[in-house]
Design a binder for this molecule. Structure first.
Ligand code: ATP
Ligand code: MG
Length: 565
C-alpha cells in the first residue's frame, strides 16, 4: 500500500474522553472514530487490523470443523418470547418497532435464532454433531459504554453454536473449541489465560472465559505459577493450610485497646502480626446474624460467604445498631469468644488452624489475647471464606497463586438442553424417538481483541502490534523522496520486491520529514521499519529497526530480504 493513496489520519492530541491507553492510541492512530456513545466507525487502518483478527478466527474455526453461516441481526420478539428472554434480557436488549408496529430486537447474541434454524434444519441424529458459527455485528445497550471498542454498544463477535445428540458429544466438542481458542490467541501473539468460570467444583467445568492479561483488565484472575489452573479471584478456592492446629499454650486475657478498631491499629498497638489475629464480621444470615471469622491479613470473599447454607444468597454486613443490640459493643471489637448461641460461627480454613490468637472481646475498647478455638470459642463450621492472595498454594496442588488482571476476549459454555428444550429443537434417535439436542455456545469478542492487544502491547511512542495483527508487517520510509531520484527508485524497487515475496508492506511516499514519518510508523505500530536514504544507498545499505527496539541495524539488501523470506 502506498500511504499517499491510503487514508492515514493520525493525531498528536491525547483525546480528552479516553481513559485507557488502547482507547487513546486507537483514536490517535486514527483506527476508530466515534459516531455516538459506544458506536464507532472503523477507519481503513483500523479495519485492516480487525480483518487480521477475523481471518485468524475464521481459519481456526474452519480448521476445528465448525461451519460458517450468517444470521440476521434483527430478530423478532415472538422468538425471544419462546425462551422468555424478551423480558429477562433486560435493558441491554435494544428493541425496535417496524412500520406495522411489530417488535424486533437488534441481536445481542443468537441462541434463539440459531436454535430456530436448527429445529427446522436438523431432523436426524445422523446430522449431528454440527457446529454453526458466524462473525457478525452485535448490539448491546450497555449501561456504561466505555474504553472505546473495549466495551462498545455495537461490536463484532464471532459466535458459534454446536448441536449434539448426547452430553458426551457436547463435552468433546467443548474441548475441541477450547483447543481452537487456545490456538487463536496463540496465533494472535497474545498472552492469555483460560479461566474456569464454572460456579461449581473444579474439574466439572461447563464454562471457561479466555482472558488477555493486562493491568487495565476489568477482571481479577488468580492463576497458578506451576500449572494451567486459573480462576476468577472471586471463585478461586483458598485451600486449607497443610498444618494442624497447635494445642493452646497461652491463657486467655483481656487487654485494653481503647481506640484500636482496625487490624492495623491493633497489630501496631499490641506488637502482634496480623496473621495471629482473627477478624470477625457479623452478617445478616437466613435466620438472624452470622459471624464470619478470617485471619487478620485476609479478606472475606462475599461471593463465597453468600453461598453458605446459613446465608440468604447474598452477604450483607449487619449495621452498627444491629451489632450493638446483639453484642453490646461497636463493630471494631467483635470476636468469636462468648458470642450468643444463636449466632453461628463460620471459620475460614486458614483462621481455623490458629492457636493463641488475638480477637475482639465483644466489649467496647477491649480485645482478647491467647484465645483458642474450642477451648474459648465455639466453631459451628469451617469453610472456605476468604479471597485468595498471592503466594497461596494452587488448588490443584501444583505451584502457587499469582494474581493478574484480565480482559475477557472469549467465552465457551456448555448450555445443555436449555434453549433446545424451550424451542422444541429435537432430532430422531436411532430408535426413531424424538430427542432434545444438547448445545454448546462459543463467543469471541473480535473487535475487543484489537483493543485488548493494544493494552498488552504498547510503549511511549504508540502501539507495538504482535506481528499477526499489524496493519502492515513492514513500512518503507524513504528520506527526501521528492529530491532524490536514487531514493525513489530504491524505495519503489524494494516495495515491489517485498510485495512479490507476499509481505504486507506500506511505502510511506507522503513526502513527510523523517521525524513525523517515523512518529506515525511507531504510533500505528508497524513491526519492521526500513529507512532508505542517499548516504546508505551510496554504501549499499538500509537502516532497519524492529518496533519496540531502540537500536537501528545497518543491513545489506540481502540481509534485509532474508528477514522476510
Ligand atoms: P462482559 O462480561 O465483558 O460484559 P459477556 O460475558 O457479556 O462480556 P459474552 O456474552 O460471553 O460476553 O460475549 C462473548 C464475547 O463478546 C465476550 O467474551 C467479549 O469478548 C465480547 N463482548 C461482550 N460484550 C462486549 C461489548 N460490550 N463490547 C465489546 N465486546 C464485547
Ligand atoms: Mg462472558
Amino acid at each position: 500500500m502506498r500511504l499517499s493513496r491510503f487514508h492515514l489520519s493520525t493525531v498528536k492530541e491525547i483525546p480528552a474522553d479516553a481513559e485507557i491507553v488502547s482507547h487513546k492510541l486507537m483514536l490517535r492512530a486514527g483506527m476508530i472514530r466515534k459516531l455516538a456513545s459506544g458506536i464507532y466507525t472503523w477507519s481503513p487502518l483500523g479495519l485492516r487490523v480487525l480483518r487480521r483478527v477475523e481471518t485468524i478466527v475464521r481459519e481456526e474455526m474452519n480448521r476445528a470443523g465448525a461451519i460458517e453461516l450468517l444470521m440476521p441481526s434483527i430478530q423478532p420478539q415472538e422468538l425471544w418470547e419462546e425462551t422468555g428472554r424478551w423480558a429477562k434480557f433486560g435493558g441491554q436488549l435494544l428493541k425496535i418497532r417496524d412500520r406495522k408496529d411489530a417488535l424486533y430486537c437488534y441481536g445481542p447474541t443468537h441462541e434463539e435464532v440459531v436454535t430456530d434454524f436448527a429445529r427446522n434444519e436438523l431432523k436426524s441424529y445422523k446430522q449431528l454433531p454440527v457446529n454453526f458459527y458466524q462473525i457478525q455485528t452485535k448490539f448491546r445497550d450497555e449501561i456504561r459504554p466505555r474504553f472505546g471498542v473495549m466495551r462498545a454498544r455495537e461490536f463484532l463477535m464471532k459466535d458459534a453454536y454446536s448441536f449434539h445428540a448426547t452430553q458426551e458429544c457436547l463435552a468433546s466438542e467443548y474441548r475441541n473449541m477450547y483447543d481452537a481458542y487456545s490456538r487463536i490467541f496463540t496465533r494472535l501473539g497474545l498472552t492469555f489465560r483460560a479461566v474456569d468460570a464454572d460456579t461449581g467444583a473444579i474439574g466439572g467445568s461447563a464454562s471457561h472465559e479466555f482472558h488477555v492479561i493486562a493491568d487495565s483488565g476489568e477482571d481479577a484472575i488468580a492463576f497458578s505459577t506451576g500449572s494451567a489452573f486459573a480462576a476468577n479471584v472471586e471463585k478461586a478456592e483458598a485451600v486449607a493450610p497443610a498444618v494442624t492446629r497447635p494445642a493452646p499454650a497461652a491463657t486467655l486475657e483481656t487487654v485494653d485497646t481503647p481506640t484500636q478498631k482496625t487490624i492495623d491499629d491493633l497489630t501496631a498497638f499490641l506488637a502482634v502480626d496480623a496473621t495471629q489475629c482473627i477478624k470477625t464480621l457479623l452478617v445478616r444470615g437466613r435466620d438472624g446474624l452470622v459471624a464470619l471469622c478470617v485471619r487478620g491479613d485476609h479478606e472475606v470473599n462475599e461471593i463465597k460467604a453468600a453461598r453458605l447454607d446459613e446465608m440468604p444468597g447474598e452477604s450483607v454486613l449487619a449495621d452498627e445498631a444491629e451489632i450493638v443490640r446483639a453484642l453490646g459493643c461497636k463493630p471494631g471489637f467483635i470476636g468469636p469468644v462468648g458470642l450468643p448461641d444463636s449466632i453461628p460461627v463460620i471459620v475460614d480454613r486458614s483462621a481455623a488452624v490458629l492457636a493463641d490468637f488475638v480477637c475482639g472481646a465483644n466489649a467496647d475498647g477491649k480485645h482478647l489475647r491467647g484465645a483458642n478455638w474450642e477451648r474459648d470459642a465455639r466453631v459451628t463450621r469451617i469453610a472456605d471464606l476468604r479471597k485468595v492472595v498471592e503466594g497461596d498454594p494452587s488448588p490443584d496442588g501444583e505451584g502457587t497463586i499469582a494474581l493478574a488482571r484480565g480482559i475477557e476476549v472469549g467465552h465457551v459454555f456448555q448450555l445443555g438442553t436449555k434453549y433446545a428444550e424451550a424451542l422444541g429443537a429435537t432430532v430422531l434417535d436411532d430408535q426413531g424417538k424424538a430427542r432434545v439436542m444438547s448445545m454448546g455456545c462459543y463467543g469471541i469478542g473480535v473487535s475487543r481483541i484489537v483493543a485488548a492487544a493494544i493494552e498488552q502491547n504498547h510503549d511511549e511512542a504508540g502501539i507495538v502490534w504482535p506481528e499477526a495483527m499489524a496493519p502492515w508487517r513492514v513500512v518503507i520510509c524513504p528520506i527526501n523522496l521528492a529530491q532524490s531520484e536514487p531514493v525513489r527508485a530504491a524505495a519503489e524497487a524494494l516495495y515491489d520486491e517485498l510485495a512479490t515475496l507476499g509481505v504486507e508492506v506500506a511505502l510511506d511516499d507522503r513526502g513527510l520529514r523523517p521525524g513525523p514519518m517515523f512518529a506515525d510508523a511507531e504510533l500505528i505500530g508497524i513491526p519492521h521499519r526500513i529507512v532508505i536514504g542517499d548516504r546508505g544507498l551510496a554504501a549499499g545499505t538500509y537502516e532497519y529497526r524492529r518496533r519496540g527496539e531502540s537500536e537501528n541495524r545497518t543491513l545489506s539488501r540481502d540481509e534485509l530480504l532474508a528477514l522476510f523470506a
